[in-house]
Design a protein around this ligand. Structure first.
Ligand SMILES: C[S@@+](CC[C@H](N)C(=O)[O-])C[C@H]1O[C@@H](n2cnc3c(N)ncnc32)[C@H](O)[C@@H]1O
Length: 509
């Protein structure tokens, strides 16, 4: 038995145990620690530790936060700490230094509002935004026939679909292959519903009789699906067309769409187990047939708008930090970049990547992650150049990165000790994107970004305001920053974050 555990049996031992627990909690500061982390730090047996935590909680000394994190009461309210700069303080600083008061936007902003809309529903993308918001923006800024609209983080293609529907030429960049597939398929308005029906019938005929294809490489595939669903999905997948024709790709998108609903997984928004075994629900074959039917129906709806369609959209598998479009060739850019707290898109879409054959190994997944805008799971080799706080794109970052670094050092066992470098690289990545879009936009052209703020390692990061400030230094005017909705921090459910629309205008003539 450890010394600390044995000590807990006598009154003096109890005091020692409480002191060691307080020390451990104090070391984790505002970030907090789980009971498992505290048990390993104090060497207390988990049940003794839990009882002690409950006792301290009822005495008001410690507080339990979302995700089972414990913090000393003093750290519960981040805003009460001397070194914590809260959202309100940044909003005031922004008004003072940049002359813009943060406003608000009323209207749908998340993808949820697209789930019942023709075409947008073909590949529900939790990370996408509202088609209604995009259509309203394009309309307000006079996008239409003869104009070019760019989305440097095209995702599932929401901007591109709405731009083409309004008659504009739409260009999108997207690195995540299943999202790029969605953007391509959804903007091919001229796809013949008859061709799609034939391609799908061939999949259903062959996939009913043929042998099941190989399992994708993901080690956990058998846990993710029931044996029956897995068998059916393997047959369907083996029967999918492999060509690049519009109907081939549309059939593959329909297959991609049914993967998560046919599994024990869900995205909310991160991928995780959470769905009880689906009993009595539609089979994968039925889901596939249903997805195809919806697509055929929506193609019919789209055909009624044919005279207004813009030219075929361009979807490039290109890096938003390094693309080259002719200078001044874009009239309007609308996008939603990844957020600074780093949802790992590759991890979140690994099932789609593996089953659709875009990734054949874990090395493929890693390579894709390294090529994308920085997220929390970036390999350390990718952040090495950002460990020192040199060449920061905005002076506010100096204070922010230094606070992240000291919070992480204080906690010692934080998930990674280079979080400040990840954040630094994120803003370096987005600076490169702002520069490229600035070059492609015509003078006077607008660039709208829907982006969130974050709470990272006990530090608040005003991602929206920082991007606006960086853009200002790169030759944009900040027209407005409007809060579209509030969100909850994943680190601390009680902490309110926001999602904003940053509207920029390219200066110059
Ligand atoms: C918030 S999502 C955009 C969603 C989109 N607005 C929609 O409605 O579907 C951000 C996208 O950026 C993509 N991305 C990340 N890094 C990228 C890069 N360097 N170049 C291009 N796309 C990238 C991600 O794969 C993700 O699809």
């Amino acid at each position: 038995m450890s010394r600390t555990a044995a000590a807990g049996r006598s009154p003096a031992g109890e005091l020692e145990m409480t002191a060691s627990l307080r020390d451990a909690l104090s070391a984790t500061g505002a970030i907090g620690a789980t009971s498992r982390q505290l048990a390993s730090r104090t060497l207390l047996p988990p049940d003794v530790l839990r009882t002690e935590l409950e006792r301290l909680a009822s005495a008001g000394e410690v507080v339990r936060l979302g995700r089972g994190l414990w913090v000393l009461h003093d750290f519960k309210v981040l805003e009460e700490r001397d070194d914590f700069v809260d959202p309100k303080a940044y909003v005031e600083r922004f008004a003072r230094e940049n002359g813009v008061h943060v406003g608000s936007y009323r209207g749908p902003i998340t993808f949820r509002s697209n789930e019942a809309l023709p075409v947008h529903r073909w590949w529900p993308y939790v990370q996408g935004y509202s088609a209604e918001f995009v259509a309203g923006t394009l309309h307000r800024l006079s996008a239409g026939a003869g104009t070019t609209v760019l989305d440097p983080f095209a995702g599932s293609g929401t901007t591109l679909v709405e731009a083409r529907r309004l008659g504009a030429r739409a260009i999108g960049l997207e690195l995540l292959p299943p999202a790029a597939l969605s953007a391509r398929v959804k903007t091919r308005f001229e796809l013949d519903p008859g061709d799609l029906g034939e391609a799908a019938s061939a999949v259903l005929d062959l996939g009913g009789a043929g042998p099941p294809g190989p399992l994708p490489f993901l080690r956990e595939t058998r846990q993710q699906f029931s044996p029956r669903a897995l068998q059916e999905l393997r047959r369907l997948r083996a029967a999918l067309p492999t060509g690049n024709g519009p109907a081939d790709e549309a059939a593959r998108l329909a297959f991609g769409r049914i993967l998560i609903p046919s599994s024990r997984l869900r995205r909310s928004p991160c991928l995780g187990y959470g769905r009880p075994e689906a009993r009595g629900g539609p089979s994968p074959r039925e889901r596939f047939a249903g997805a195809i039917e919806e697509m055929r129906e929506d193609l019919g709806t789209l055909a009624c708008e044919r005279p207004r369609w813009g030219p075929p959209a361009t979807v490039l598998a290109a890096d938003a930090r390094a693309f080259d479009l002719p200078e001044g060739s874009v009239d309007l850019a609308v996008t939603s970049p990844p957020y600074v707290n780093g949802l790992d898109y590759v991890m979140n879409y690994k099932v789609d990547l593996a089953w659709l054959g875009y990734a054949r190994s874990y090395a493929d997944l890693r390579a894709l992650r390294s090529a994308s805008v920085a997220c929390d799971n970036l390999p350390r080799s990718e952040t090495a150049a950002y460990l020192a706080s040199r060449d920061l794109p905005d002076p506010w970052l100096e204070e922010i990165l230094s606070q992240i670094r000291s919070n992480v050092l204080r906690k010692r066992s934080y998930r990674r000790d280079d979080v400040h470098a990840v954040v630094h690289r994120y803003f370096a990545d987005l600076t490169a994107v702002l520069r490229r879009v600035g070059r492609a936009l015509r003078p006077g052209g607008h660039f709208l970004l829907v982006v969130g703020d974050s709470l990272l390692a006990g530090t608040y990061v005003p991602g929206d305001l920082l991007l606006a400030r960086i853009a200002e230094r790169l030759g944009f005017a900040i027209e407005s920053v409007d809060v579209a909705r509030s969100r909850r921090s994943g680190q601390r459910r009680s902490f309110e974050l926001r999602e904003s629309i940053v509207t920029l205008r390219r200066l110059g003539r």
